[in-house]
Write a protein that binds this ligand. Structure first.
Ligand code: JFZ
Length: 455
């Protein structure tokens, strides 16, 4: 027993004694700045905050909509919502387990909510007492623990920060039920006294921050956006800014709509933020979990169109990532262990016809714009590296895999799952290629045929 206590103490001390690495220097070019992001392809988003306590229900009533929006959807007064902090005690939280899960899933970066629209800081902030260290019985800084765990495991770590909406503050955007309409607020007072200093904190006290994920830029102007961008540049010039800082603040890459995967290849750097069920923040009634097959398809699909997939989990009030998405993400990770060469660092498809074709019913987006119908094809996707084409096949054909419009000559083909790279028989007539396949697919989810090409 004594020995156990001694070794636990040493363990605790060595973990506590760990220090964070210094932020990275200014990258020499935009390409150099984007390098890790372009290679990563797959990241873990984490929405965790006080909203994990009501888990989608307020005073016995289920509240429709996203779990993290409960304060807004139920119009909970600040004075009442604040009391949740006194109950926040996620004793099962273990930073290493979360980072391990992301690694098992084959994810290459982690982005967590440092402050969501409810205004509650999930780190030890000196700017506002409304934070996880000062206002809860937990009295720990989970983001510091995660930053350390990520540093130990060389996992790039970034923060979501709700720069505009802050329902806790009189002058923040969004809380009209306590504080009246946004256009009558002293918004810049809120920005100067809370949002800007808090962004400085998260860029100063947590080691290298791979990216900062701003969101819902209500009332953001070019000047207000530049103030945040200047802070990021001054404190951590290597930190990427997402695409939602402000309407006139471009950021380092484009953020697509939530769960919105484009139909075609999109040039430039971009990311699709997506859920593993329907909500971001934990909701006990939302068990509509995406399957490993679905998430794998979406990862390959997005990669073949040139983007990244940032997939979310919403941990519980106890600090646990729900088991179902853990299991499902780990299944994606097992697929990536064999087939990751087709994803990490891979570029988009040189074809495009395989993605589907216009048709089916038109849709309306949130702003009432019409989105023309598109029928998604799900047979295969192509990703690329110099001299290589990776065909990820979801619907294994009998006998042979056929592609048309091939540019150049296929010099060799093999299954990515086959470590010996035993050549598959290739027949090419002009731009038509046929590769003989074994009868059974090597993988239940999807199997990758690699073609090496010469010009
Ligand atoms: C925002 C948040 O309000 C939400 O709680 C969550 O954090 C999510 C990741 O981002 O919601 C949005 C923002 C933008 C779009 C959709 C939902 N959009 O552009 O389609």
């Amino acid at each position: 027993m004594k020995r156990l206590i001694l070794s636990l103490t040493i363990l605790a001390l060595s973990a506590a004694a760990q220090t964070l690495p210094k932020p990275l220097p200014a990258p020499p070019s935009q390409d150099a700045k984007m390098k890790w992001f372009r290679e990563a392809k797959f990241g873990l988003f984490i929405h965790w905050g006080l909203y994990a306590i009501p888990e989608g229900e307020w005073k016995g009533q289920p509240i429709a909509g996203l779990g993290e929006w409960i304060m807004n959807r139920a119009k909970i007064p600040v004075a009442e919502y604040e009391l949740l902090a006194k109950q926040f005690n996620p004793v099962k939280f273990n930073a290493d387990e979360w980072v391990q899960m992301a690694q098992d899933a084959g994810m290459k970066y982690i982005v967590i909510t440092s402050k969501h629209h409810d205004g509650f800081a999930m780190y030890h902030s000196l700017v506002s007492k409304y934070n996880v260290f000062d206002a809860t019985p937990f009295h720990r800084d989970p983001l510091k623990e995660l930053a350390l765990a990520c540093a130990r495991r060389h996992m790039p770590f970034g923060f979501y920060y709700s720069q505009a909406q802050d329902w806790h503050e009189r002058n923040g955007a969004g809380n009209t039920w306590d504080f009246g309409p946004d256009d009558q607020k002293d918004y810049d007072q809120y920005l100067r006294e809370k949002a800007e200093p808090q962004v400085k904190e998260i860029l100063t006290n947590y080691g290298p921050v791979c990216l900062i994920w701003f969101d819902t830029p209500r009332m953001m102007t070019k000047d207000r956006g530049s103030r945040f961008a200047d802070i990021v540049k001054a404190l951590q010039p290597a930190t990427l800014i997402d695409g939602r800082l402000g309407p006139d603040s471009p950021g380092d890459y484009r953020s697509m709509g939530d769960n919105a995967i484009p139909n075609q290849v999109v040039a430039g750097d971009w990311e699709v933020p997506a859920t593993t069920n329907k909500t971001w923040g934990f909701k006990k009634d939302d068990t509509d979990w995406k399957t490993p097959e679905d998430m794998t398809f979406k990862l390959v699909d997005i990669t073949s169109k040139g983007g990244n997939y940032l997939l979310n989990v919403g941990p519980t009030k106890e600090g646990v990532i729900p088991q179902a998405p853990q299991d499902n993400l780990r299944a994606v990770g097992r697929w990536l262990k064999v087939n990751g060469d087709a994803i990490y660092g891979a570029g988009p498809t040189p074809f495009g016809d395989e993605l589907g074709h216009p048709g089916g019913p038109d849709r309306q987006d949130k702003n009432g714009r019409t989105i023309p119908g598109f029928i998604v094809a799900k047979d295969w996707r192509c990703t690329t590296k110099p001299g290589k084409l990776y065909f990820t096949i979801f619907n294994w054909p009998a006998g042979a895999f056929e592609v048309s419009k091939m540019k150049g000559k296929v010099t060799k083909a093999y299954l990515l799952a086959d470590a010996s790279k035993k050549p598959l028989k290739v027949t090419q007539k002009g731009d038509q290629v046929s590769v003989a396949l074994p009868a059974a697919a090597p993988d239940k989810i999807a199997s990758v045929v690699v073609m090496e090409t010469a010009q």
